[in-house]
Design a protein around this ligand. Structure first.
Ligand code: PLP
Length: 363
């Protein structure tokens, strides 16, 4: 149908999530599948969250607190910032989507990495903005000079995932400080820290510690990963009150539901649950990385809760072979289409993965 939508809407493609376990069961009749495709917490949420949600089950008839006061207060206190420096989102994804719509006007431009989180592409495209995708070094590592070189006078927004999805690479203190300092003043730098809990590299630093370097800085966090609340869709942005105030104007009414508001607040009160997962993830990251390397596969060094693995074979073939053994991973698009992104699960789940990969690579 010609002329129905503007060209930027025509270019949009639906986001393709990791395959749900139920879908695999429906399609291939495979039971007890393991999903290692969406970087979720394999231990689930804190038991304290589950308890709190139970008592909320009958509260569906009332709208949520539109200002999400209690959660915003808790997030602000957690980071020792003002409530006016916090904007909550329906997942950090809502905030990613709002950022170009909020800060990028007609003829202005956005910069982000490739490969990096696909939702930056989706958000920039949906807003109609122009954008540049900056290749990572060897497809894997952040390249500060290349990011800075892609910035133009009309660049208004830059997305940096740190650690990056899908590569698992991170940008250390020195490079991040240089990026935040050398970006021209008009650019709003967005550092997406969805995986902030997982790095153990000594020079990894949250951009929240570098706020003095740049006024136009927004840091994104989510409760979907380390806190195990992906289903409830809660994320947040922290930044200068003037910047974050514009995001708050643009967000949808009641964007964070009542269950998410309570669950996220309680999750912040249970740091031991996160610490337990983070410790397991770090030791499994080492174990799975060395087991895969022993199988002759290339594993990108990861600071996240997933690893990116090069099978040096067409990605669809490997993905399908693993699916048939009940293991769901995430195939990658070009230029890394021989790689799979694999979420690190529990030791038992990872054993299933390693056995399935050993069987697949033997064929
Ligand atoms: C880098 C990055 N940012 C943001 C998100 C989105 O998280 P949320 O569930 O908060 O929308 C993801 C999810 O995979 C991610 O990998």
């Amino acid at each position: 149908m010609k002329d129905l939508v503007p060209p930027h809407v025509e270019r949009m493609i639906p986001y393709r999530p990791g395959k749900p376990v139920e879908e695999l069961e429906r399609e291939l009749g495979i039971k007890n599948a393991v999903k290692l495709a969406s970087n979720e917490n394999p231990l689930g949420p804190s038991p304290k969250v589950v308890e709190a949600l139970r008592s909320l089950a009958s509260h569906t008839s009332r709208y949520p607190d539109g200002a999400a006061y209690e959660l915003r207060r808790a997030v602000a206190d957690h980071h020792a910032v003002g409530m006016d420096e916090v904007c909550l989102g329906n997942g950090s994804n809502e905030l990613i989507d709002l950022l170009p719509r909020t800060f990028v006007g007609a003829g202005e431009h956005v910069v982000f990495g490739k490969p990096s989180f696909v939702c930056y592409w989706l958000a920039a495209t949906a807003s109609g903005a122009e954008f540049t995708e900056v290749p990572l070094r060897d497809h894997l590592h952040w390249d500060v000079d290349a990011l800075l070189a892609a910035v133009r006078p009309e660049t208004k927004l830059l997305f940096l995932a740190n650690p990056n999805n899908p590569t698992g690479a991170y940008m250390g203190r020195e490079d991040l400080s240089r990026l935040l300092t050398e970006l021209p003043p008009q650019v709003v730098a967005v550092v997406d820290e969805a995986y902030v809990d997982f790095p153990d590299a000594e020079d990894y630093v949250s951009a929240l510690e570098l706020r003095q370097l740049r006024e136009r800085l927004i840091v994104l966090r989510t409760f979907s990963k380390a806190h195990g609340l992906a289903a409830l869709r809660v994320g947040y942005a922290i930044g200068d009150a003037a910047l974050v105030g514009y995001l708050r104007r643009m967000r949808a009414p009641f964007n964070v539901n009542s269950f998410g508001q309570v669950a996220a607040r309680i999750a912040l009160e249970d740091p031991e649950h996160v610490a337990q997962y983070v410790a397991m993830n770090r030791s499994e990251r080492r174990r799975v990385t060395s087991a895969l390397s022993e199988l002759g596969l290339t594993v990108a060094p990861s600071q996240a809760n997933f690893v990116l693995v090069d099978f040096a074979r067409p990605g669809a073939e490997v993905y399908d072979a693993l699916l048939h053994q009940g293991v769901i991973v995430r195939p990658m698009a070009p230029p890394i289409d021989t790689w799979q992104r694999i979420t690190l699960g529990t030791p038992q789940e990872n054993d299933r993965l390693l056995a399935a990969i050993a069987a697949t690579t033997a064929t």
